[in-house]
Design a protein around this ligand. Structure first.
Ligand code: G1P
Length: 293
């Protein structure tokens, strides 16, 4: 394992977003907002707050809006200034200057493993983070930072995990291995979306990874797996036979914004944390009749 710092992150955003059709027909599903901030901005902010300097987006056709969102927009910023809306102009500029961003096209939808492999020429020989665009983690210390801390301390690749109910295991990559501490496991193998009967544990990966660049060698050899796609989970399972792989139960609340109810859940949770919205949202919740804690 190299002693490089984790400076780069891969964020795959090539999916069609069929669960959000028709909203995702003409805009990328990653641009759907949690209140007024697109999901992808929350993910990029987590990466940047964790010390990531360069983001490698794995994109597809019709995803240009994501790149535009993280660019400067002189006409808009100028028009906002002229209208006296300096704060909005500043907000727009701060998003444009948030990070260095590279976009790579995944020309064929061959799965998450293939999407990560598309980043190999830009990652070269450095360890890197992977953040999946559907998964939001609200945490005091950003989830990616928690994993980088483990990576730097243990000098080993690490995946973030959370315990899920048994009937949910088939939605995730599931790890198994030996617990080293109450929160840290040495992983021996992983299974992508097992049935509850086949799942080796209830520890699921909600889309956060810190990986050694040697994962690319395993990805190149990974054959088509679950769902007819090249799975990152399968490559990680081969990796774990040869190199140390850890799983860390991170602190924080995770939301699946790739699911319609998950998006509503995230919207309510984030709105309730906002001073400008919390009271109004509580009123709305009362209006809809459920006793709200
Ligand atoms: C992907 C991964 C899976 C992971 C999940 C987290 O699946 O393949 O291992 O647990 O993301 O959201 P997807 O949800 O893209 O089918």
């Amino acid at each position: 394992m190299s002693s490089f710092k984790v400076r780069k992150a891969v964020i795959p955003v090539a999916g069609l977003g069929t669960r959000f059709f028709p909203a995702s027909k003409a805009i990328p599903k990653e641009m759907i907002p949690i209140v007024d901030v697109p999901v992808i901005q929350h993910i990029v902010e987590e990466a940047v707050q964790s010390g990531i300097q360069e983001i490698i987006l794995i994109t597809a056709r019709n995803k240009e809006a994501i790149e535009n969102h993280f660019d400067l927009n002189y006409e808009l910023e100028d028009a906002l200034e002229k209208k006296g809306k300096k704060d909005l102009a500043e907000l727009s500029r701060s998003i444009g200057q948030m990070c260095q961003l590279v976009a790579i096209r995944q020309k064929t939808p061959l799965g998450l493993g293939h999407a990560v492999l598309c980043a190999a020429p830009w990652i070269k020989d450095e360890p890197f983070a992977v953040l999946l665009g559907d998964d939001l983690v609200d945490a005091e210390v950003p989830c990616t930072q928690q994993l980088i801390d483990v990576f730097e301390r243990e000098q080993a690749s690490v995946v973030g995990v959370m315990k899920v109910p048994k009937d949910q295991v088939s939605k995730y990559g599931i790890v198994s291995g030996k617990m080293i501490t109450t929160k840290l496991m040495e992983v021996s193998h992983l299974v992508e979306k097992p049935s509850p009967a086949e799942a080796p544990s209830q520890l699921a990966i909600p889309g956060r990874y810190i990986l050694s660049p040697s994962i690319f060698g395993f990805l190149r050899k990974t054959v088509i797996g679950q769902g007819g796609e090249i799975q990152l989970t399968d490559a990680l399972s081969s990796f774990a036979q040869k190199e140390k792989l850890l799983a860390y139960q991170f602190d924080g609340d995770r939301y699946d914004t790739g699911d319609r109810l998950g998006l509503i859940d995230a919207t309510l949770a984030f709105a309730l944390k906002r001073a400008d919205l919390a009271e109004g949202v509580r009123e709305l919740l009362k209006k809809y009749g459920e006793p709200f804690q």
